[in-house]
Design a protein around this ligand. Structure first.
Ligand code: IDP
Ligand code: MG
Length: 136
């Protein structure tokens, strides 16, 4: 049965800064994702705090929000069959050191905080995150 989904992907500041956005987008399109919408933006720290609110009790929350708002990012709506899980698989583990060969974080991630990409972790969160960046 077909299960077309949308998920939110972010190319984080460490990757945009290294001009990796085109190469990362090509990885997604080669894997069969359709980039439905995309924009390059820089968000404020309060916006990052709102986006990462689920992590507000974590010790790394402040650094995480400072980091996501530290430079330009590329936000994208990706569409594909089972897009949420497919994106998580191609991203790789949160810590690039633990990410499998062939994943984006293995290839480009610098550290657990500078891990190059964000991806929604569930269909419900994908809807919330898409709406956060693409309200129109
Ligand atoms: P995810 O990005 O793989 O979904 P989450 O657990 O949702 O991982 O964490 C969100 C982001 O917070 C991660 O991508 C990473 O940048 C950062 N992060 C997660 N755990 C740590 C940590 O232990 N130290 C520093 N940063 C972390
Ligand atoms: Mg997450």
């Amino acid at each position: 049965m077909s299960n077309l989904e949308q998920t939110l992907s972010i190319i984080k500041p460490d990757a945009v800064e290294r001009n990796l956005d085109r190469e990362i987008k090509e990885i997604f399109t080669h894997k069969g994702f359709n980039i439905v919408k995309e924009k390059k933006i820089q968000i404020t720290k309060p916006e990052a705090e709102q986006f990462y609110k689920v992590h507000e009790t974590k010790p790394f929350y402040n650094d995480l929000c400072a980091y996501l708002s530290s430079g330009p990012i590329v936000v994208m709506i990706l569409e594909k069959e089972n897009a949420v899980l497919a994106n998580r698989e191609i991203m790789g583990a949160t810590n690039p050191k633990e990410a499998k060969e062939g994943t984006i974080r293995k290839k480009f991630g610098i550290s657990i905080d500078k891990n190059s990409v964000h991806g929604s972790d569930s269909v419900d969160n994908a809807k919330i995150e898409i709406n956060f960046f693409f309200k129109d």
